[in-house]
Design a protein. Structure first.
Length: 213
């Protein structure tokens, strides 16, 4: 017998900040992380009638010595996000030389920042919170296919606990998007331009006086 679907579904939203930014840049043309984390989580949960229990935000940030501008940007943005009650997890970006081949056949080498451990931290938190029965719905804002194994594990936990659990994946999407796939084995929740634009953070953390202090 299948477990009963709860009348009130507690949702925890897990946001991969860099993944969301790169998707919004490609899909909607935004040139910096302009989203309001809590507003977006609230709007995405309100549409299906889920009760937002917690928002969790994960991002890599450059060290001040590597990129003072973006280090300062993220320090200010994460401080405000924390004030809003969002759980924040950040790690330093790691840099390595990356070479790409250009259309004319020449190669271009540049220093690229890479996140290490963000997807692992999200995976651990989703599984840990599922075991502890802290949500009915896990809504993940990422298109990282490495997280598909988390979706499989959630189904195992649901069977073991004999309870209803959903894992969903939300991501920016438009008719011109190159990547229109959510995480495999999850319910996909495309974010259209109107929804994203309704959840913009009006503070511009590129300016030193934008943190609201």
């Amino acid at each position: 017998m299948s477990p009963a679907e709860p009348a009130v579904k507690r949702a925890v939203v897990f946001i991969d900040g860099q993944n969301l930014f790169h998707a919004a840049r490609e899909t909607f043309g935004y040139t910096y992380p302009s989203y309001d984390v809590q507003a977006l989580a609230q709007r995405l949960c309100a549409a299906p009638g889920w009760q937002l229990a917690q928002t969790r935000f994960y991002t890599g940030i450059p060290d001040a010595a590597d990129n003072a501008f973006w280090h300062s940007f993220w320090e200010r943005k994460l401080r405000v996000i924390s004030w809003q009650g969002v759980h924040v997890y950040s790690r330093s970006l790691r840099y390595r030389n990356k070479t790409v081949r250009l259309p004319d056949g020449t190669e271009y080498t540049f220093l690229a920042g890479e996140e290490k451990g963000i997807d692992v931290r999200i995976a651990l938190d989703v599984i840990r919170m599922a075991h502890r029965n802290e949500f009915d719905v896990a809504l993940v804002l990422s298109q990282d296919q490495d997280l598909s194994e988390v979706a499989a594990e959630i189904r195992v936990i649901a069977r073991e606990q004999n309870r209803w659990i959903k894992i969903a994946c939300a991501f920016p999407s438009s008719p011109t998007s190159r990547n229109r796939r959510g995480i495999d084995k999850t319910d996909w929740v495309p974010i259209d331009r109107a929804t994203y634009d309704a959840c913009l953070d009006r503070r511009d953390y590129r300016r030193p006086d934008a943190s609201g202090t």
